[in-house]
Design a binder for this molecule. Structure first.
Ligand SMILES: [Cu+2]
Length: 145
């Protein structure tokens, strides 16, 4: 009898887990529509900082790392400027957590050196130069690869 109850509980929990994301999204969408301006003022902090990287694959990895931090709403890394723009909820995370998450994926930021083991596991084309300039103003210097 106990086992039956347990399995029911497990199934219920699994159901909750798999639906959670979608349900959450729906709620967020609704709230955003109603109070979009208010939400923006309260929640969003926008920062930009330098992150080293080479290519589109780097962009995917860097942005994924930034987005994995709870509270990050948007992350966009610019391959030419070696710079990321992030908007996040200040009540949920802070700038250093985002730096650390990106560094853990193997990429250098302005404040945190990339994890070397993760760097070694990057595809060859992504093994950026550790002396690369970051946060460039937009003019791309031709880099020798
Ligand atoms: Cu790359």
């Amino acid at each position: 009898m106990k086992r039956v109850i347990l399995s029911v509980a497990v199934i219920a929990a699994m159901g909750l887990t798999s639906c959670k994301d979608e349900a959450k999204k729906e709620v967020e969408t609704t709230v955003t529509e109603v109070t979009s301006e208010v939400t923006k003022e309260i929640a969003a902090a926008e920062i930009s900082f330098g992150v080293r990287g080479n290519c589109g694959m780097c962009k995917t990895t860097i942005e994924k790392a930034a987005n994995s931090v709870e509270g990050v709403a948007k992350a966009n890394w610019d391959v030419d400027k070696k710079k990321i723009d992030v908007s996040f909820d200040e009540t949920k995370t802070d700038e250093m957590s985002i730096h650390n998450a990106i560094a853990a994926s193997g990429y250098d930021t302005e404040k945190v050196a990339g994890d070397l083991a993760a760097y070694e596991n990057l595809p060859g084309c992504c093994k950026y130069d550790h002396d690369m300039q970051m946060n460039q103003s937009g003019e791309v210097k031709a880099e020798v690869h």
